[in-house]
Design a protein around this ligand. Structure first.
Ligand code: NAP
Length: 348
């Protein structure tokens, strides 16, 4: 993992964003990526385009070189904004675009479709919205139970061999599904849910990726803002914001998660002179995740990014984190509520 530091004129040490390779490709990714789901607006109570533009430009200024988006984020909106910023600023060559395929929608109802026909149609639509002629990292958003993994993998392999995409990724796949996929196509990236409160991949998926040289992009790094330190018991969310139904944001769990955040913040301050937002990202990286996907919708939210490089959690801090989670969260719950249905369910 590359990591450079330089001393500024005032004597403070500025640590550059860490980078890591994606094995099997020539790509070098920053260890924090910008997630642009909220920039699409849908399920996040809307978005503001001028703020979105500033956020994307700000991310690049912080040394972030991966922007993660998807057609489903605002039904094309997020990809369009990313494409517009990169085209108008001339920054396309400095940025790796990670987008996705395999979701379809009717109105605002989203369901899975990872068929070959859907993937080949979607890639053209994404290229147009992103104003580019290649996608750096193309990821299957969710496995589709109605389509064989082999069909999905073959379509992705063809796009890779044509040079339309520079790396193949999957998201929300199990070890078994990755095994099936890899019999047909190379697999460079897995994008799973992962943060301090959502650790389901630790037992088998993360070790599998390490053993097989698959880079990991952990999504929901701040657990939808819960780990930012901004949330209070009376925090309210507007419109279609998913946190109005997210089980972690409902009582009595919400109070437990907030209690954990308060103790994690105290630990971060005492041990590292940092805050919970820094600790949450650093913890992910030190658990062996290649890149943390940090969702932001205004440039201020990215200010803490500069303080996640150049330090590490030691074994005793890791143990303290586990102890805090164990003592404060009585009834933990995962991110399963976000999974879109298969077409057969959506049709009912
Ligand atoms: P996240 O990174 O856990 O949280 C993002 C939200 O936290 C922001 O929209 C903002 O919400 C709040 N926030 C961020 N920085 C903050 C700061 N410094 N101070 C206060 N609040 C802050 O969640 P996410 O966006 O769900 O996940 C990150 C990315 O992962 C997504 O954007 C997307 O690219 C990807 N993702 C992929 C999948 C998949 O199935 N593959 C699923 C989910 C996410 P407010 O402004 O509303 O407070």
């Amino acid at each position: 993992m590359a990591n450079e530091a330089k001393t500024l004129e005032n004597g403070t040490l500025e640590v550059a964003m860490e980078r890591a390779p994606i094995p099997g490709t020539s790509l070098q990714v920053s260890r924090v990526a910008l997630g642009t789901w909220a920039i699409g607006g849908w399920m996040w109570g809307g978005s503001d385009e001028a703020e979105s533009v500033r956020t994307i430009r700000g991310a690049i200024d912080h040394g972030i070189n991966v922007i993660d988006t998807a057609p489903a984020y605002g039904f094309g909106r997020s990809e369009e904004v990313v494409g517009k910023v990169l085209a108008e600023s001339g920054l396309r060559s400095r940025v790796l675009i990670a987008t996705k395929t395999g979701l379809e929608w009717q109105g605002e109802r989203v369901f899975r479709n990872a068929s070959r026909a859907r993937i080949l149609r979607e890639v053209d639509e994404s290229l147009r919205r992103l104003r580019t002629d290649y996608i750096d990292i193309y990821q299957v958003h969710w496995p589709d139970p109605l389509i064989t993994i082999e069909e999905t993998a073959e379509a992705m392999r063809d796009l890779f061999e044509q040079g339309t995409i520079r790396a193949i990724g999957v998201s929300n796949f199990s070890v078994l599904q990755m095994e099936q996929f890899r019999r047909v196509a190379p697999l460079h990236v897995l994008q799973p849910p992962f943060n301090l409160f959502e650790r389901g991949i630790e037992t088998d998926i993360l070790p599998y990726c390490h053993r097989n040289n698959i880079a990991t992009f952990g999504y929901g790094a701040l657990c939808r803002g819960l780990l930012s330190g901004r949330m209070r018991l009376d925090s309210e969310f507007e419109g279609d914001d998913l946190r109005r139904t997210d089980p972690k944001f409902q009582q009595p769990r919400f109070a437990q998660y907030l209690a954990a955040v308060e103790r994690l913040d105290a630990l971060a301050q005492r041990r590292f002179a940092k805050r919970v937002v820094h600790l949450a990202i650093r913890w992910m990286l030190d658990q062996g995740i290649t890149t943390a996907l940090w969702g932001a919708r205004n440039p201020r939210q990215l200010l803490p990014v500069d303080e996640v490089s150049g330090w590490q959690l030691d074994a005793s801090a890791m143990a303290d984190v586990d102890c805090i989670l164990h003592q404060t969260i009585e009834n933990p719950i995962g991110p399963e509520f976000m999974a879109p249905p298969a077409r057969s369910v959506a049709a009912q």
